[in-house]
Design a protein around this ligand. Structure first.
Ligand code: ADP
Length: 374
């Protein structure tokens, strides 16, 4: 059992640098939680306060119901893996992994058992007698994870563990962390600036900005129903298109009017607008690139635009287009759906017509930038 609870946690560095504030979060036993946000938003500081590496200025951190604010890191029963996995160069992989156990004067037999088991899970058994310099970056990172694993801690903290690896290795290690998670039955808190890592690893994601939590939710929740414009643009790649436009209400129906087009809001989104009693007026409309589709020139819902960049990604085409007002949009089109002739038209300099379905729209208040459906 290991729950982690943060209540009104605040961190002030020096006199007045507020790094984290009003941080409230209940982490369930064996949950995989990801803190994500741009550099400087307070992710590492929060993790380090949980670990005991940073003093908590205000509020409480509880592990399994016990307030740990005044406990030393070693007394908190946590394990931590950092970005810089600092292995001891003069020790073998086995001894690097055994290190925390040696500190605790663990009997030799138990050390052997734990290290070999962790090495097996991580697929590094054959390297146990090597020194770190004879390993690749990914293998070294596995040793660092192994060193944390052998401690059988209640909580496993990871601070950007993959950011020193190249893109390919990062993808591979990400998948391995998912597998690893199934084998080490513990609570994980993982810090990253990478929204893909957050989406693929987290049971729930905590999105942060300027020291404040912006939203806590499952990957599906934060993707489908972002609480504000920041979350909407941070989650998803390429990022969501945002358009300043009008919400129009006519005969019990809602429409949006981006760039002279008139598009009905339908399905669940229309029901939600009605339930909220949303008023007509200026809004920021959000549409993800994958939700924009090609339209007929004569369709009243069609927006004319000119292609300025076409990026062929293989299975899809990313089009950067400019509309009459000068705004830029990004459109993602699956190539499998395209006829050859259509594909020839989707190139730099051509004018195309696009639209989107009402059920995929997001609506934000232009002042507060909050999702008006929440
Ligand atoms: P993140 O992990 O999201 O990149 P950090 O938690 O490292 O962000 O930092 C949050 C804020 O606190 C930043 O503005 C950073 O400059 C500041 N900060 C972090 N560590 C210290 C420190 N030791 N002293 C003063 N300010 C710090």
């Amino acid at each position: 059992m290991a729950t982690v609870k943060l209540t009104n946690v605040k961190k002030i560095y020096g006199k007045d640098t507020v790094a984290v504030q009003e941080f409230n979060l209940d982490i369930a036993d064996k949950e995989f939680i990801v803190f994500v946000g741009p550099s400087g938003c307070g992710k590492s500081t929060t993790l380090r306060m949980i670990a005991g590496l940073e003093e908590i200025s205000e509020g409480t951190v509880e592990i399994d119901g016990v307030v740990v604010n005044d406990l030393q890191p070693r007394d908190r029963d946590i394990a931590m893996v950092f970005q810089n996995y600092a292995l001891y160069p003069h020790l073998t992989v086995f001894e690097n992994m055994a290190f925390p156990l040696r500190l605790k004067k663990t009997p030799q037999e138990e050390v052997y058992e734990k290290v070999t088991k962790a090495a097996e899970i991580l697929g590094i058994t054959e390297y146990l007698t090597r020194k770190p310099r004879a390993l690749s970056g990914g293998q070294r990172q596995r040793v660092a994870i192994g060193r944390a694993m052998v401690r059988d801690s209640k909580v496993f903290l990871m601070d950007e563990p993959l950011s020193n690896l190249d893109a390919k290795l990062r993808n591979q290690m990400r998948a391995e962390i998912i597998l690893l998670r199934e084998q080490i039955d513990t609570t994980f808190i993982y810090v990253t600036h990478d929204q893909t890592e957050a989406m693929t690893l987290g049971d729930r994601i905590v999105i942060m900005k300027d020291g404040f939590i912006q939203q806590v939710g499952t990957p599906t929740e934060v993707f489908d129903m972002p609480e504000n414009l920041f979350v909407a643009e941070f989650i998803g790649a390429p990022k969501m298109n945002t358009i300043k436009t009008q919400l129009v209400s006519e005969d019990g129906k809602y429409y949006v009017t981006p760039y002279g087009a008139k598009i009905e809001v339908d399905g669940k989104k229309a029901d939600m607008l009605r339930e909220k009693g949303a008023e007509a007026g200026e809004i920021i409309l959000g549409v993800r690139p994958e939700h924009i589709v090609l339209a007929d020139k004569d369709d009243p819902a069609a927006i004319p635009c000119k292609i300025v960049v076409n990026e062929m990604m293989g299975s899809e085409l990313h089009l950067h287009v400019v509309v009459e007002s000068g705004d830029r949009l990004i459109v993602r089109i699956p190539t499998v759906s395209l006829e050859d002739e259509e594909r020839h038209n989707l190139v730099h300099g051509h004018t195309i017509y696009v639209t989107f379905e009402g059920k995929v729209m997001h609506f934000f208040n232009p002042e507060s930038e909050k999702n008006i459906l929440l």
